[in-house]
Design a binder for this molecule. Structure first.
Ligand SMILES: Cc1cc2c(cc1C)N(C[C@H](O)[C@H](O)[C@H](O)COP(=O)(O)OP(=O)(O)OC[C@H]1O[C@@H](n3cnc4c(N)ncnc43)[C@H](O)[C@@H]1O)c1[nH]c(=O)[nH]c(=O)c1N2
Ligand SMILES: CCCCCCC(=O)C(=O)O
Ligand SMILES: [Mn+2]
Length: 506
């Protein structure tokens, strides 16, 4: 198996089991957890496997290498190739609780697995252990259309839920580009293009059921509670939003849902400079137009988007906008936004009412990562995800663009400018370490800039392994210490998804 990894330092093989697989230029993109943790011993895994089969049935447990590989990485750039020792599929909260108890008894790591569309290596098996694939728990367990809430198990994806909801004139608007599991989206505090109007997962999760590392079951807002708001004690629900599998298994999520708007109007508008485009975004938001989504794609992204999708948009910094509401309200919102765009030199406005045309436009935006890779065959990309206060965005993106242009690296800038959150895809050839080094340096410089501008290293993709280094700077020592003391309370043996989020254990 040819696999390649990159390092700013030579990979430190972990104590315990030898690394699986041979590879040229074997490196690791980030220093793994500096810990004395060992992978589980073979005999421990053998006994655990027998106990799991006894409890769950043979069809719910696998140690096949191909299945372990499939569960040991996500859609982000590869950071190492350690494999989970086992993969299990719980069919209920009770079975998930049994898995947690059996693994805890043997002190074996557990990694919740949703649909593997994460980007920061959140599901990879840094220290072996058991990958717990939640996909067989795939029911919509409680639907209250009149109260605008629904409760789903972890195998339900966002498109699956919307397919169910649409016949009721309802939808769930948080829309990462992938068809991710809703509990995985909860675990990474995911977001998407609709966040400007509808918020992120953080604002749309009312309650979660969690199986803790020792098998206990927790309902973070109280069992079956689904009020839109509550001030009853600590907000345990939001403790698990963004926990990235490090605090427990999310086995149910109660979500806010919304009426499908009477009308959705999309528009595309080109600008002469990135600054003009982003200034337009800031002014639209400051004018309090209740815009649903506003996304930026720079000239590099537009060029690849046109070529890949046979489109003919202007190759220039472009805003993708969408307005939701009654026909009158949508038209007046669009008119006002159009005037602001004109003021900033916007041109080539193209409107789309029909869902087919709108979906085509937004698919081009959602698929831009794959478009970038397919436009640069054989390459990979470091994906950045900084988020800053909206007024800081124009300068940050302009400086980032200048750095990328100076570096010679291909690096489209795009994303959720309505939230102050944007991405670059810093493309590099895996056989040219100097390109990787440039991409990594650009990512580090951009992230430092965002942190210096009172922002964050990750607006929506989470920390995983990819951003462990940045979290320490972002949160400071007391913040990290507080997070670890919470983790120690919930997972005293550090068994839930070890090797992620923190550079060191307790
Ligand atoms: C093409 C494309 C486009 C996008 C994105 C990906 C891709 C491939 N993403 C990233 C990704 O879709 C997002 O991080 C999802 O929340 C991941 O959900 P999965 O179910 O795939 O989780 P996945 O299986 O990848 O796991 C992610 C993390 O959550 C944990 N986890 C998963 N299920 C859990 C459960 N039931 N209980 C506890 N922990 C659990 C895992 O342990 C891991 O740490 C994204 N993201 C975004 O926010 N905005 C965006 O716009 C996009 N766009
Ligand atoms: C497969 C990687 C997707 C890159 C970034 C996805 C995202 O957050 C977005 O497009 O927005
Ligand atoms: Mn995004």
């Amino acid at each position: 198996m040819h696999c390649w990894f990159f390092t700013s330092q030579v990979f430190k093989s972990l104590p315990g089991k030898a690394l699986v697989g041979n590879s040229r230029n074997f490196h690791c993109i980030k220093p793994l957890l500096q810990s004395t943790r060992h992978r589980p011993l073979v005999e421990t895994i053998t006994t655990l496997r027998q106990n799991l089969i006894k409890s769950l049935g043979r069809d719910s447990v696998s140690d096949t290498e191909a299945i372990r590989k499939q569960h040991s990485r996500d859609e982000g750039v590869e950071r190492h190739n350690h494999l989970a020792d086992l993969v299990v599929w719980p069919k209920s909260t009770e079975e998930c609780s049994i898995i947690a108890s059996l693994c805890s008894e043997k002190k074996v790591p557990m990694i919740p697995f949703g649909t593997g569309t994460g980007l920061e290596s959140g599901v990879c098996a840094a220290y072996g252990g058991v990958s717990v694939d939640m996909s067989k728990m795939d029911q919509i367990v409680n639907f209250n259309p009149e109260d605008f809430d629904v409760t789903v198990q972890p195998g339900v994806t966002r498109k699956g839920l919307n397919h169910f909801l649409k016949d009721h004139g309802l939808w769930f608007p948080v829309d990462p580009g992938a068809d991710a599991s809703l509990c995985g989206m909860t675990a990474t505090s995911a977001s998407g293009t609709n966040a400007v109007r509808y918020g992120t997962m953080r604002e749309n999760v009312l309650n979660v059921e969690v199986v803790l590392a020792d098998g206990r079951v927790l309902h973070t807002a109280g069992e079956n509670r689904r009020s839109k708001k509550s001030s009853a004690g600590f907000n345990l629900t939001n403790l698990f939003v963004g926990s990235e599998g490090s605090l427990g298994f999310i086995t149910k999520a109660t979500l806010k849902i919304y009426g499908i708007p009477e009308m959705m109007l999309s528009a595309v508008c080109a600008f002469t400079t990135i600054k003009a485009a982003v200034d337009t975004c800031v002014q639209i938001l400051q004018s309090n137009i209740p815009i649903a989504r506003i996304e930026l794609m720079d000239d590099v992204a537009m060029d690849m988007c046109n070529n890949h999708n046979k489109l003919d948009y202007k190759v220039a910094p472009t805003l993708f906008l969408e307005f939701h509401g009654s026909e009158d309200s949508v038209k007046s919102q669009a008119k006002f936004a159009g005037e602001i765009a004109d003021y900033n030199g916007g041109s080539e406005f193209r409107w789309a009412y029909e869902s087919e045309e709108r979906n085509r436009l937004w698919k081009a935006r959602h698929d831009i990562y794959w478009t970038t890779l397919q436009s640069n065959p054989g390459c990979r990309a470091i994906i950045t995800d900084v988020c800053v206060p909206i007024t800081r965005l124009p300068d940050l993106i302009t400086q980032t663009k200048a750095d990328i242009q100076e570096s010679g690296i291909i690096g489209p800038c795009l994303g959720h400018v309505g939230d102050g959150n944007f991405h670059t895809f810093l493309v590099f050839n895996p056989n040219k370490p100097e390109e990787f080094k440039k991409a990594e340096t650009l990512a580090a410089r951009m992230t430092k800039r965002a942190l210096d501008l009172n922002g964050t290293c990750t607006g929506e993709h989470g920390i995983g392994i990819g951003k462990m280094n940045y979290l320490e700077k972002e949160m400071g020592p007391v913040g990290i210490e507080m997070m670890k003391s919470i983790k120690k309370t919930l997972d005293p043996h550090w068994l839930m998804n070890p090797g992620k989020i923190f550079l060191s254990e307790y």
